[in-house]
Design a protein around this ligand. Sequence first.
Ligand code: PMP
Length: 346
Amino acid sequence: VAPLDIAHIRSQFPVLHQLVNKHPLVYLDNAATTQKPQVVLDALTAYYTGYNSNIHRGVHTLAERATTAFEETRKTAQRFLNAAEPEEVIFTKGCTDGINLVASSFGRSHIQPGDEILISGMEHHSNIVPWQMLCQERGATLRVVPISDAGEMQMEAFDRLLTDKTKLVSVVHASNALGTINPVEEIIRKAHAVGAVVLLDGAQAVSHLEVDVQALDVDFYVMSGHKVYGPTGTGLLYGKRRLLEAMPPYQGGGEMIREVSFEGTTYNDIPFKFEAGTPNISDIVALRYALEWVEQLGKTAIAAHEQQLLQRANTLLQEVPGLRLVGTAAHNVSVVSFVIDGGTSL
Ligand code: PMP
């Protein structure tokens, strides 16, 4: 792979062209949220200056343009995750929203008293709390796979905790705190062998790793647009058609219905069944340009560059007195965590 042209990439991010504390801005907080390249900002302006309109129901020119642009993002997202069909991509507000959708819709219809849900000790709060709430409501039990000192999931414990009571396994693909890439193929294979479905939290994975939901055979995959150079308030939930069709709607409202009467309502097909109300049209339209931008750079080139930076950062950080690196897993995305003597949060 040809190395990335870093100067050219930097030039595409307007936010980096400023001095902060009298220094050219170096932004390292990408695990929290990424900055946006010019193509994404241009897409937002183009939408609001050219074809702002509500989607799916209008028959006028702007509505058709907006609907086409919105659905174009779905096709791009399908390709980005290698989903079998665009209908398997549901637009959400982000990972948190996607996980809550699955916990609420799949969870309430499939989880029975006595069932178990398995997560790991390295989950983000958004992959803990919705399951706690669901377990409390349904009389189910949440089990947690511990992590080792190196920051890896303890697979012997996983094997022990995964039983025929386990109905759902929900784990992070790559950890935001440690960078650890989990052995998700093995987790999915073993979970399926006991009949459990698997949700992967891809918040930190999609900007670093090639994700192929069909090759993984994962049941649900969630990601946040803002962590992959797209706008805030956007996200994707991938779900297998068979599962999504068997799930009740998450929220009621416009868009998600086929016919409404006071006696009862029939629901729309997927994906619309899960997209009640006017969505975040502008930001979802712009998300397409972020995904295409990443595709153009290429995940292989991105990963190669990041691994170089990661090695350099780890080497240099180890020379800092009083600094201890946290998380030394064998497979890592470029997330670095450390504790430092006397450090305080800003
Ligand atoms: N999971 C992981 C691993 C994350 O890093 C984050 C964001 N820090 C989330 C979930 C939640 O994402 P969001 O706040 O965009 O919903």
